[in-house]
Design a protein around this ligand. Structure first.
Ligand code: ANZ
Ligand code: ZN
Length: 877
């Protein structure tokens, strides 16, 4: 018998080796069992895993191990989202090649993941920077191009005028280039786009079918796609005020009801009419140029001060020929939404209100909230965008907003301007086409050649992959592919004449938009997917990741799957059947007297009075315990998974990660919590070893009839099993764990007195054996190493990772007693607890034996006792 402490440091690597040697987590595509595909978002190889990864991958691993035990053929792969800017930054700062940097990081992180004991199929490992992966991505780009899902068009980029380079949005900080500090400008470049907007309606509607996605995520996607119903409305212009006798201007509005509150029209700085006026108006030309300074990021546009320039053009109100409105160019109107022109109603749109307050154009409210007096309702600084009744709006007065919209639409559809209806109804989407061109090296090359004679020519499929050159320099800003001496010089695939390669690479979101499909058969060389395999495995049954990817990554993946279907690479639309977004890992912040931060590893926490106090381990200096926040390097409140695993073992880290909070909420990482988890690991080990000498071999459980205690134990075992199973199925890991704590508490008593309870009671010993065998299988998804060790100690030869999940015996789930209320002459006097199958006569006897009932009857015999089976007992006195 082993009574030693459980030594995680020795046991964990031993079991990891055993799993690897027997390749038990390698999944076969031809396995006939039902499939289950569980996937966690693959990591960017930054160099080290963090606690967020630990949480994410532990959750996925519990699901994978559980489903395997339930008899599924489980696919649980892992790979690397390996292209991206940090590798280029490292190259610039440390003179290391992006490829070398990336692969070193992959090796380091892979070792860290292996130490966590994750049941991953490493035979399917993918790195997106590997030509054997991106070759297929290039192929799909060409397929999409042929299918009309790719387009080349002008688009704005952030341009750093000092570094002479294009910047990603995240490289623009407060309107300046992150390296040069120069004010960023907008530039137009011809770029490649995936036509995701073709699927706007479908991507929106299909959200309704994703009933295993968090509502929050679906809502974020809905808002991002942004469907709005409105009007395309043509305003007549006074031709005398326009540069070339233009007679009309088309705008898009979702608020036709507010037309009588209109104070101005506004054009985007990129609107053709603005450019036309600017030709003869240098001040306007300057204004337009100024608007183009500052980044292209939406946020920058939203927060910038609202500015405009009066073009001098006059527009005519559609309901009143004598009412004219000034036409401005304004910096907050985007060219690529609606028509790039609007009418402004300041009372009910904040941007418009800010604008008119600056230019003194006045405000007339036209919607009055319920309960407000229209005579006194005014708007000054805050626009009103709520519900109400129409006011100051002639024939619309008194209507609801909806009714007014309808009335306006009807009248303007019937009215004519230049021989056509003034307005027509239009559905608009906020979702823009996906610009994938990046002017960087470390990404998937776009397989296109530019030929002076043939124009834009797709590379031939047989020439794929277009591989990145190895010999590049990072001594200057800009795209190394662009300035590479030879790489871009190629023969035109069509005419053979000298031509140039496209030097843009793809947005790294493309790489992560189909990796889940590639995992289903990462070996196939001549196509991105094997149709039989990909159709058998997809959709991913359970996808798990951070809420920060709730919008773009999931939307792009949903688009890509549709595009792959359109080009014959998969057979479905929706890649992720179940989606789960886990909460963050948060930790206290410690601040030293000088204001700098101390890391948790440098701090000792002690109880002090009713609270806690923290000191620096090294110097004893007191540190202030601050707020609990997301782990971040800048606040130094991070805990290194490696340290935790080295000190306590992976099982402790995994258990604590799951035990403390609901998985979709934040979990507070604390030393106390980790201590609690590690004590629990030791407790299970002691418990098992105390019982082992008295346990019969595993086998059918002895007949417990007539043995109430054994029956009760079996019932507890199976009820716990049922609860833990549902907990895991619903990803409520913390509730599953709470049940396990209770169960272990009950088993403790047996173990403490093992000899007395078990030595001479074979029936109870048999029920106890069952309890332990079930316990170990229940903890095995969360603490797989400890479970293997206990399972072996309990005498099992096969690994618990291969054992099947215990069968729940439904009979044992029903409690075998029942409690009924007892009334005397219509008033409740007591409860009676009897066997569920007790006969009426037995219930009568039990009821009349109760003190409360005797008292209520004043000691006299009852006139009648009526037992309503399973419901109530009525005593008539
Ligand atoms: C008049 C109006 C009055 C508007 C009012 C709003 C409130 P969503 O819902 O996102 O579709 N708009 C139209 N095109 C624009 C552009 N290219 N750039 C900036 N703004 C634009 O938004 C539609 C509303 O956004 C439209 O309805 C228009 O302003 C503005 F009390 O028209 B509205
Ligand atoms: Zn050519």
């Amino acid at each position: 018998m082993t009574t030693d402490r459980y030594n995680a440091r020795e046991a964990e690597p031993r079991w990891q080796r055993a799993w690897t040697q027997q390749a038990i987590f390698e999944t076969k595509n031809d396995d006939p069992r039902p499939k289950y595909y569980v996937l966690e978002m693959f990591p960017y190889p930054s160099g080290r895993i963090h606690m967020g990864h630990v949480r994410n991958y532990t959750m996925g691993d519990v699901v994978a191990r559980y489903k395997r035990a339930k008899g599924f053929n489980v696919l649980h792969p892992m790979g690397w989202d390996a292209f991206g800017m940090p590798a280029e930054n490292a190259a610039m700062e440390r003179k290391v090649h992006p490829r070398a940097w990336t692969y070193q990081n992959i090796a380091a992180m892979k070792a860290q993941l292996q130490v966590m004991g994750l049941s991953l199929d490493w035979s399917r490992e993918i790195a997106t920077c590997d030509p054997s992966y991106y070759k297929h991505q290039q192929r799909m780009f060409l397929d999409f191009l042929k299918a009309g899902l790719v387009e080349r068009k002008q688009s704005k980029v952030n341009w750093d005028p000092v570094d002479q380079t294009v910047l990603a949005n995240e490289q623009v900080i407060d309107g300046r280039g992150w390296r040069s500090g120069a004010l960023v400008e907008q530039r137009e470049l011809t770029q490649w786009f995936f036509k995701i907007s073709k699927y706007s309606e479908d991507l929106l509607n299909a959200l309704d079918t994703l009933d295993r996605w968090p509502e929050k995520v679906r809502l974020m996607q809905r808002n991002w796609i942004g469907r709005s119903e409105g009007l395309l409305l043509r305003f007549a212009l006074d031709p005398a005020t326009t540069p070339n006798k233009q007679t009309e201007l088309e705008i898009f509005t979702t608020r036709g009801d507010t037309l009588f509150g209109a104070k101005f029209l506004a054009l985007s700085p990129d609107h053709p009419l603005a450019a036309e006026v600017a030709k003869t108006n240098p001040a306007l030309a300057d204004f337009i140029a100024e608007c183009k300074r500052g980044g292209t990021a939406q946020e920058a546009i939203d927060t910038a001060e609202k500015k405009g320039f009066d073009t001098g053009i006059k527009a005519v109100h559609p309901f009143d020929p004598n009412w004219t409105l000034p036409v401005y160019v304004a910096n907050f109107i985007l060219m690529d939404y609606g028509t790039g022109a609007i009418f402004g109603c300041p009372a009910h749109d904040q941007r418009d209100l800010d604008f008119v307050n600056k230019y003194g154009l006045g405000v007339t409210p036209v919607v009055c909230p319920e309960g407000q007096d229209p005579a006194t309702f005014v708007i000054t600084d805050i626009a009103y965008d709520g519900d109400g009744r129409m006011i100051n709006s002639r024939f619309l007065d008194g209507m609801t907003i909806e009714a007014a919209k309808e009335e306006v639409a009807k009248r303007l559809e019937a009215a004519q301007l230049g021989g056509k209806p003034v307005a027509k109804r239009q559905v608009n989407f906020r979702l823009r086409d996906w610009g994938i061109s990046r002017q960087r090296y470390w990404g998937c090359p776009i397989p296109i050649v530019h030929c002076d004679d043939c124009g834009v020519v797709p590379e031939k499929i047989e020439n794929l992959p277009v591989e990145l050159p190895e010999d590049i320099t990072f001594d200057r800003p800009g795209n190394p592919l662009d300035r590479h001496p030879t790489w871009k010089n190629v023969a035109c695939p069509q005419c053979g004449k000298p031509a140039r390669r496209e030097t843009d690479t793809m947005d790294t979101f493309v790489d992560s938009s189909w990796y889940f499909a590639r995992f289903t058969n990462p070996w196939i060389e001549d196509s991105p997917t094997n149709r039989a395999d990909v159709d058998a495995w997809l959709p991913v049954n359970q996808y798990i990741g951070g809420v920060e990817h709730a919008i773009l990554h999931l939307l792009y993946s949903r688009f890509f799957t549709r595009a792959m279907k359109a080009t014959g690479h998969v057979g479905l639309d929706e890649p992720f059947e179940g989606m789960f977004t886990q909460g963050m890992v948060v930790h206290e912040i410690y601040r030293k007297a000088d204001g700098s931060y101390a890391a948790p590893a440098e701090v000792k926490i002690e109880a002090s009075g009713s609270g806690r106090r923290a000191t620096l381990i090294e110097t004893g200096e007191a540190v202030e315990i601050g707020a609990i926040e997301k782990m971040s390097k800048s606040k130094r409140n991070t805990v290194d998974p490696d340290d935790i695993i080295a000190t306590y073992g992976a099982d402790t880290a995994r258990w604590f990660m799951l035990s403390d909070s609901p998985p979709d909420r934040d979990v507070i990482w604390s030393e106390e919590g980790v201590q609690g988890a590690t004590r629990f690991v030791q407790r299970i080990w002691r418990l098992v070893n105390a019982a082992i000498p008295y346990l019969p071999p595993s086998g059918p459980v002895a007949d417990t009839s007539g043995h109430e205690r054994a029956k009760a134990l079996r019932s507890l075992t199976h009820r716990t099993l049922a609860d833990v199973s549902t907990g895991i199925e619903r990803l409520r890991f913390n509730t599953a764990i709470a049940k396990l704590y209770t169960f272990v508490g009950e088993l403790q008593e047996i173990a403490d007195n093992a000899k007395t309870h078990l030595a001479d009671d074979p029936v109870y010993a048999s029920a106890t054996r069952e309890a332990f065998d079930v316990l170990i299988r229940m903890i095995s998804p969360m603490m797989p190493h400890l479970a293997e060790e206990c399972w072996a100690a309990l005498g099992h030869r096969e690994m618990v990772s291969l054992a099947s999940w215990p069968q729940i015996e439904p009979d044992l789930l029903v409690e075998d007693t029942i409690t009924l209320p007892v009334q005397v002459n219509g008033r409740k006097r007591a409860d009676v607890t009897v066997a569920r199958d007790a006969k009426t006569a037995e219930i009568e006897t039990a009821v009349l034996a109760l003190d409360a009932i005797k008292r209520a009857l004043d000691g006299k015999p009852p006139r009648k006792v009526i037992v309503v089976p399973q419901r109530i007992v009525n005593v008539v006195g």
